[in-house]
Write a protein of this length. Structure first.
Length: 590
């Protein structure tokens, strides 16, 4: 997963050079400092799984509830049902329609009919997690108690993480299983000489499955250690930087911190493909992994095989993926496109379940994220997961993530229809996943719950197709300046998508105080945006509008609100409650 592979943040850089109905939904906290005004007392809500099959029973738990509390269930704008709550634990039968996100609102009503939202939570009903992937990770597999493992999985479940990458769990890159299928080792060391426990890995897989998550084991597509020959890997599979097979392509790692450097082999080579497929078979015979997360190291420049032939590495990725699928057709595959390298061939393999982009300095701007989404969409009906490491330079030292930088990056990624690999035992700041120098403060922790609820509850608007569009939107009361995507200095960015002929989604992302437009926020200096209260907007529109509704992860936990509007022959005017980081406006037409 990295341009710089395993040493990574520690020592060196190892690199050569949608359709569906469109109506209002209801959805956990303001996100800090200057927050939107809201008459909300939030309770803690959770579900027993990260996602559900159609018709499955969903169990909710709340920290506390008044006796008059009710739960209402919404698919976008449609209120499906409602029930009074007599206990802090209750059940709901998920609808039978597949691939839908729902928002659940818990609230009370006063004698004069006014609602008070107590909390909200999303529910994903999808029989296949790759339809709306929300990918997380695990990176520590030392001896762990059952309670410690369950604590991590419970945390990830609250973010609705439905797939987990088991990072650097393996014994050796060319021999991931320690021991034999009949007698696997109880403990082994990974590439960085960290202890790994067989019981911990197995218990993590079991706990993840119980929570409705899928599990993917991590490994390179072409890495071997220095002792590979003694384990049956042929010298003729190696990659070289010269035509005379005298200079092997190697990612150099320093002893004693690392057990070996990582040498590269030809991913095109059928001998290597068969060898690693057999090793993977050993893995699957011991561990109940759902698939293989395939990594690479990015553009290595010119490489040659043992006989001096130039290697088409990207074509090798395609060949490798197809070989892995042929050997284990029931297992899922995902492959990292480091800095977009090889993405087209990865997609053309036809055997990856979504596209995974590890994003680096060549795509550092918010606008680059849309470029990646657009490019990936051109390869087919693929969802995109961004492996994008926040506050990268700041993560060299202990401290906290910069909350505004993280929230703005997620707002852009989610509004574009992507998701963000960032949540594990900790939030990611480096491509070496065990690095946990930066932590989330309380404000960011609360915001992430709300943002992942929003991503999940509105997945059918955010991630289920549609075409990016251009709208003519202006602010009429001087509260803010708006400009069409890409972002521009001093402006709120407008990103619109035509979901279908009857529905348009307009995202407002508050970059008006941004001091640069890099999602990376390398040193954690992105300022918090100022709260914009009651902005009045005019949308040029000649088609007849049926209704307008609004939702924001920054207000009422994503619960939607109907918006009053006035339409003339050429435009429609309306007012929003506020804008902090991200507002979503949904316009429905007759």
């Amino acid at each position: 997963m990295r341009i710089n592979r395993t040493i990574i943040s520690l020592l060196f850089v190892c690199l050569v050079p949608l359709n569906g109905s469109c109506s209002s939904g209801e959805g956990s906290t303001g996100t800090g400092g200057d927050t939107p005004e809201q008459n909300v007392t939030f309770v803690t809500l959770s579900t027993d799984k990260a996602c559900y099959s159609p018709g499955e029973t969903v169990t909710f738990t709340s920290s506390s509830l008044p006796s008059s509390a009710k739960a209402a269930y919404y698919y976008l704008g449609d209120k499906l049902s409602e029930q009074p709550l007599s206990s802090t634990t209750w059940n709901w039968t998920a609808p039978s329609t597949d691939y839908r996100g729902y928002m659940v609102k818990v609230y009370t009503t006063t004698s004069d009919g006014k609602e008070t939202v107590l909390g909200s939570i999303a529910v994903d009903v999808s029989s296949d997690w790759t339809q709306f992937p929300r990918y997380g990770f695990l990176s520590n597999f030392d001896d762990m108690s059952t309670s410690a493992i369950n604590s991590v999985i419970t945390s990830l479940k609250r973010y609705h993480i439905n797939g987990l990458q088991f990072y650097d769990w393996q014994y050796k890159h060319h021999k991931p299983l320690a021991g034999t299928p009949d007698k696997p080792d109880n403990n082994w060391t990974d590439i960085a000489n960290r202890n790994t426990s067989l019981t911990t890995v197995k218990n993590y897989i079991s706990a993840a499955h119980k929570a409705g998550m899928k599990t993917m084991f991590y490994n390179l597509c072409y890495g071997v250690l220095s002792d590979a020959a003694s384990d049956g890997a042929e010298t003729s599979w190696n990659l070289y930087k010269d035509r005379n097979h005298s200079n092997r392509d190697v990612c150099s790692l320093s002893a004693p911190m690392f057990k070996s450097s990582i040498y590269l082999v030809d991913p095109n080579n059928t001998g290597w493909q068969n060898y690693l497929a057999k090793q993977n078979n050993d893995v699957y015979s011991v561990f109940d992994f759902d698939g293989y997360h395939i990594d690479q190291l990015g553009d290595r420049g010119a490489d040659y095989d043992y006989n001096g032939n130039a290697i088409d590495m990207a074509a090798g990725f395609k060949s490798f993926i197809q070989a892995m699928k042929a050997k284990h057709p029931g297992k899922r595959l995902v492959m990292n496109a480091v800095a977009r390298y090889g993405q087209q061939k990865i997609a053309e393999s036809g055997n990856v379940d979504f596209l995974y982009n590890e994003v680096w300095s060549n795509d550092a701007n918010y606008s680059s994220l849309k470029d990646i989404i657009d490019e990936n969409s051109s390869y087919g009906n693929y969802k995109t997961v961004f492996a994008a490491y926040m506050n990268y330079d700041k993560a060299n030292s202990k401290g906290y993530f910069n909350t505004p930088g993280v929230i703005l990056a997620d707002a852009v990624m989610f509004a574009l229809g992507g998701s963000h690999l960032e949540m594990g035992e900790h939030m990611l700041g480096k491509e070496y996943f065990p690095n946990s120098n930066l932590q989330m403060d309380g404000t960011l922790q609360k915001a992430m719950v709300s943002y992942y609820d929003f991503l999940t509850g509105y997945e059918n608007l955010l991630r289920n197709g549609g075409l990016f569009s251009t709208v003519d939107l202006s602010c009429t009361n001087g509260k803010m300046n708006v400009s069409a995507w890409p972002p521009s200095t001093g402006n709120v960015s407008v990103l619109a998508k035509k979901v279908n002929s009857k529905c348009e989604v307009i995202h407002l992302i508050n970059l008006s105080n941004a001091n640069y437009f890099s999602w990376r926020d390398l040193d954690g200096s992105m300022p918090e945006p100022s709260l914009i209260s009651t902005p009045s907007l005019r949308l040029k529109e000649t088609n007849t509008i049926k209704r307008i509704w609004f939702a924001s992860p920054d207000i009422d936990g994503g619960v939607s609100q109907e918006v009053e509007f006035h339409q003339s022959a050429a435009s429609v005017t309306f007012k929003l409650p506020s804008l902090k980081y991200w507002d979503m406006i949904v316009v429905e037409y007759q």
